[in-house]
Ligand binder design. Structure first.
Ligand SMILES: NC(=O)c1ccc[n+]([C@@H]2O[C@H](COP(=O)([O-])OP(=O)(O)OC[C@H]3O[C@@H](n4cnc5c(N)ncnc54)[C@H](OP(=O)(O)O)[C@@H]3O)[C@@H](O)[C@H]2O)c1
Length: 312
């Protein structure tokens, strides 16, 4: 794997990392793909691979088999149609892996997908068994990203995931969590292990990862996948839900919905590689991926966004 220099990182992360800026980097085919899109792409620092900076999360209701399968399939189809690729799931999200696997199969879209899942159980052998079932449910023989879920039995599962990488079944190694109380432990894993991704929480109601996790990720060249970008939907309550209009000044940086307002705030941090908003609705997928167009808010504008939400 090649490590990007900080200079290259900043160059690639800059304004809409697409268009002309990528031509000069010589980072290969994945970069060429990024050039063909008007969507913001960000680099996975350990390899230089560029990925669209918004994807799809599948916790909450995605795996509910009593719900209409075609609705979920349409959400996934919309993701690819809009030019995004990343899907995050887990063996613990009810039947989400089965739904994702079947949808990718029926859409013939496995090769378009940057597929991320997790090992989420205590015990090394239990983790191996759980992951074997994930491969089956996802109907795949490779995973782009395999993560230790919520830092549960981290050393045992990192060993397993690194072994799968050696075998060519897994491309990137990661850890996840979404609790303030685990920020320090997550930062230590970044500092003491060679991992490619950290997945953690970051949104307009919670910026706790700015203290230790983001600096550690930056220093060690670890890509950051952001979960719960809408605080599990809570951000919509006092805004869209209360009939509050998006502020006029946010239209200057391409905001035309509350979803984009919340996502562009997160994308304003250059350490963020990809955000995985959870939704079962194709029109929300289109809205969310749309946050990758247009410029990002400046630091002053981001501060104004925090103040606006805090004042509600
Ligand atoms: N420890 C971990 O590893 C961990 C923990 C938590 C989450 N995650 C991952 O992160 C993903 C995101 O978190 P989350 O799903 O819990 O919460 P979230 O993304 O913060 O919020 C999801 C909620 O937002 C709504 N929504 C999505 N897009 C919208 C839009 N454009 N406009 C209006 N409403 C919208 C969804 O409803 P609709 O379905 O109606 O659109 C859903 O109710 C998860 O799905 C999962 O993949 C990982």
């Amino acid at each position: 794997m090649t490590d990007l220099t900080r200079k290259e990182f900043l160059k690639l992360t800059g304004a809409a990392a697409a268009t002309g800026a990528l031509a000069a980097t010589g980072l290969g085919a994945s970069v060429a793909n990024a050039q063909s899109s008007d969507l913001l792409h960000r680099p996975i620092h350990s390899s230089g691979e560029m990925i669209p900076a918004v994807g799809l999360g599948t916790a909450m209701t995605f795996g509910d088999l009593s719900q209409d399968f075609n609705q979920r399939k349409n959400a996934i189809a919309a993701l690819f149609r809009e030019g995004a690729t990343v899907i995050d799931t887990s063996p613990t999200y009810s039947n989400a892996e089965q739904v994702v696997g079947r949808a990718l199969d029926e859409l013939g879209a496995r090769d378009k997908c940057f597929l991320a899942t997790k090992i989420s159980i205590m015990g090394k052998q239990e983790g191996i068994d759980q992951n074997n079932k994930s491969f089956e449910d996802l109907r795949t023989n490779k995973m782009e990203l395999l993560q230790v879920h919520n830092l549960k039995d981290t050393d045992a599962h990192l060993d397993t995931i690194n072994g799968l990488r050696e075998e060519g079944k897994v491309k990137y190694v990661g850890i996840t969590h979404f609790r303030d109380s685990l920020n320090d432990e997550a930062a230590k894993v970044i500092e003491n292990n060679k991992i490619d991704f950290i997945q953690c929480h970051y949104n307009l109601l919670n910026q706790s990862i700015e203290n230790r996790v983001l600096p550690a990720a930056r220093e060690h060249g670890v890509a950051v996948m952001v979960n719960v970008p809408f605080a599990r939907g809570r951000l919509f309550g006092p805004t869209a839900g209360a009939g509050i209009e998006i502020p006029e000044w946010s239209k200057d940086f391409g905001v035309d919905s509350w979803g984009k307002f919340f996502l562009k705030y997160i994308l304003g941090r250059e350490e963020v590689t990809v955000i995985i908003p959870g939704t079962v609705n194709d029109y929300h997928v289109v809205d969310n991926v749309g946050a990758l167009r247009g410029r990002l808010p400046t630091e002053t504008e981001r501060k104004r966004m925090v103040d606006f939400i805090e004042a509600l």
